[in-house]
Design a protein around this ligand. Structure first.
Ligand SMILES: NC(=O)C1=CN([C@@H]2O[C@H](COP(=O)(O)OP(=O)(O)OC[C@H]3O[C@@H](n4cnc5c(N)ncnc54)[C@H](O)[C@@H]3O)[C@@H](O)[C@H]2O)C=CC1
Ligand SMILES: C[C@@H](CO)CCC[C@@H](C)[C@H]1CC[C@H]2[C@@H]3[C@H](O)CC4=CC(=O)CC[C@]4(C)[C@H]3CC[C@]12C
Length: 403
């Protein structure tokens, strides 16, 4: 557990924007040593993977994990609206890495990227609960983008599709009902009002309904959806925001939600590992896994959102003031409403998108924790990183962000 190698450096990556009429542009990476690669030369490298959203927070970890843990990988296509510079430093060993700048809302770009892929891990999406994007844009990217991915799989005969869904597909709901140590079968009134959870729920349904559809060549499409709870780890922007806010406030943060409200959190490396494993096992266990949903979980402790963040920010010198909320609940509700009003009023002039709004407050105030072993039972998932290791890595990253 937790003995993954550090990220390797070296190698080069050929990047290119897709022309609509062309298939992917690609390049063979130099063989600069396979320090991180689990590839066994005796195994045939035959598989082509496509990761949409591969340059995002989770995407980067999935790309690294695939290179280390999928010995049958021949080509890895990384599809994203914005390509990241780290792609050029990947040590991919013998694997061909193809960076594709593209937009999931553009069916022809998705089709060109999917053509010839054996497995698609679809995680491109707009993760927005702060009102940065319009509900139409969120729908276009998260739902129509997913539809484009499914149709491209059907058209090109790609049989295996893993979709990154979210705990938000279930809740917390608009009524603030707690979901306490729930699993995939726990009854819960899933009522969404916000565009982000609505879009994730619709997209997840599309993916699950597509399971069994006949793809080119006559075989069935096999799909599953993974539902992470709040992901943390190296690269987590909101953690970085809290850290910076703490530094601005004199190395302090103020408790605003009761410590008794528990949140499920999961380490990004384990979420990445679960994606890789699910993708690998879909083929062997299609009858069992096809059309299924799995919460992403590991041994991270159940805590309030703020107390959990302090596991990392505390060792970086930030303290949480108050054993109880320092602001009365009604005032916080008022502030959140005021932020929403300001956002609306200022919209013609500028984008005002603070962390606190009525939706994020409702989330922070509602217990949502999962307790399940479904992924372990269905495809043998065990977390790769222990809580201690996940914590150590995250602290080291937070420390480095301001260094
Ligand atoms: N961060 C979290 O706590 C959780 C995230 N998720 C899901 O995990 C997935 C990845 O999320 P993160 O890595 O956190 O977000 P992120 O914002 O870091 O990554 C998303 C990636 O998708 C790309 N993207 C956005 N619009 C695109 C488009 N139109 N075409 C192509 N690429 C596009 C972005 O450029 C970005 O690289 C998302 O689907 C999200 O809904 C699910 C549960 C929790
Ligand atoms: C009241 C504030 C004072 O400290 C705290 C505000 C915290 C919020 C910004 C976060 C609380 C819960 C988070 C969400 C949760 O982890 C589940 C998520 C799943 C996703 O699919 C995307 C991210 C998120 C919506 C996550 C976003 C940040 C919070 C709302």
């Amino acid at each position: 557990m937790g003995q993954e190698e550090e990220q390797a450096e070296g190698g080069r990556c050929v990047t290119g924007r897709l022309a609509p009429s062309r298939q992917v542009s690609s390049g063979q990476l130099g063989h600069t040593g396979t320090g991180c690669s689990m590839a066994d030369p005796a195994q045939t490298q035959e598989l082509v993977y496509l990761v949409t959203g591969g340059c995002g927070f989770l995407g980067e970890h999935v790309v690294q994990m695939l290179l280390r843990r999928e010995p049958r990988l021949r080509e890895l296509r990384v599809f994203d609206l914005h390509l990241s510079p780290w792609l050029e430093k990947l040590d991919a060993g013998p694997v061909r890495v193809t960076a594709i700048q593209g937009d999931v809302t553009q069916a022809h770009e998705v089709e060109a990227a999917v053509a010839g892929a054996h497995v698609v891990i679809h995680m491109a999406g707009l993760v927005d609960v702060f009102g940065r994007a319009s509900s139409e844009t969120i729908h276009m990217v998260n739902v129509e983008g997913t539809r484009n991915v499914i149709e491209a799989c059907v058209r090109w005969g790609t049989r295996f599709l893993v979709y990154t869904s979210s705990m938000e597909v279930v809740g917390p709901n608009t009524k603030g009902h707690p979901f306490y140590r729930g699993n995939e079968d726990t009854p819960y009134e899933a009522v969404h009002a916000h565009p982000y959870p609505c879009s994730k729920a619709l997209a997840e349904r599309l993916v699950l309904e597509a399971n069994g559809r006949e793809v080119r060549g006559g075989l069935p499409l096999v799909t599953c959806a993974l539902r992470p709870t709040g992901i943390y780890g190296e690269g987590h922007q909101i953690m970085r925001d809290f850290y910076r806010q703490g530094l601005r406030l004199g190395s302090r943060l103020f408790r605003v939600v009761p410590a008794s409200v528990e949140h499920g959190r999961v380490y990004v490396g384990n979420v990445a590992w679960m994606h890789v494993l699910a993708a690998q096992e879909l083929e062997r266990r299609e009858g069992l896994m096809g059309g299924q949903v799995y919460f992403c979980y590991d041994s991270s402790p159940y805590k309030s959102y703020e107390d959990f963040n302090m596991e990392f920010l505390g060792p970086c010198g930030v303290r949480l003031v108050g054993t109880r909320p320092v602001v009365p609940s009604w005032l916080l509700v008022l502030l959140a409403a005021l932020n929403a009003l300001l956002q609306w009023l200022l919209r013609p002039l500028l984008l005002y998108a603070p962390l606190l709004n009525p939706y994020t407050l409702a989330m922070a105030k509602t217990t949502f924790t999962v307790s399940t072993t479904k992924a372990q039972q269905h495809f043998g998932y065990e977390p790769l990183f222990s809580w201690e290791e996940s914590r150590r890595r995250t602290i080291r990253w937070v420390q480095a962000t301001e260094g």
